[in-house]
Design a protein. Structure first.
Length: 200
């Protein structure tokens, strides 16, 4: 519920920003963009217990002055458990600035971003002493949350006035979920999908 409320508030704020953009900057600004992507996350952990998570994301982006814009993103990921590791589900909600460099007529757009927010892990096993949420059973909680930082970049290929294809977006995610060790995770993100451009 907290994630849905936060994303709804960000959505309203970004829509308001899009409507309020000065008319004289319309040539430099872009319409509101909504991206839907499939992604794979490679989690690097201690003891060579690295693993892949799969999922998808939805994001909203608006360039309000030249290449500078703001983006809000929600990403869900899952990995099934096995004999040595518990299953894991995560929802990562981040927002922040993005800078985009476009080629002639916006045919190609290259972007880089630095986002910050929260990660929520659930239906898994977390040390009880390190997480504020979940039900503790024998020192283990089923859910926890913590800080999330995303640094990423990618490219969009424009297919039409209202549609673009994102062949690749790559990034690094640092999350802080309790794991009985450093309580930090480094994750390589690779994703691809479609971008819908609204308005104009």
């Amino acid at each position: 519920m907290k994630i849905l409320f936060a994303f709804s508030a960000l959505s309203v704020a970004m829509l308001s920003l899009a409507v309020a953009s000065p008319a004289q900057e319309s040539a430099a600004a872009s319409p509101l963009e909504i991206a839907v992507t499939y992604g794979a996350q490679y989690a690097i952990s201690t003891g060579n217990n690295n693993f892949w998570l799969q999922g998808g994301s939805a994001e909203m982006h608006h360039r309000f002055y030249r290449g500078l814009g703001v983006v809000a993103s929600v990403t869900g990921a899952h990995v099934a458990g096995n004999a040595t590791a518990a299953p894991l589900n995560t929802v990562t909600t981040v927002f922040g600035p993005r800078y985009t460099i476009s080629t002639h007529k916006d045919r190609l757009a290259f972007f880089g971003e630095g986002l910050i927010g929260e990660v929520d892990g659930f239906d898994s096993s977390f040390p009880a002493g390190s997480g504020p949420s979940g039900v503790s059973t024998n020192g283990v909680r089923s859910s926890a949350n913590g800080l999330a930082i995303l640094v990423a970049g990618g490219v969009d290929l424009r297919l039409g006035h209202h549609l673009a294809f994102r062949p690749v977006q790559a990034g690094w995610i640092r999350t802080q979920l309790p794991n009985g060790g450093s309580n930090q995770q480094d994750i390589l993100l690779l994703s691809s999908g479609l971008v819908f451009r609204l308005g104009h």
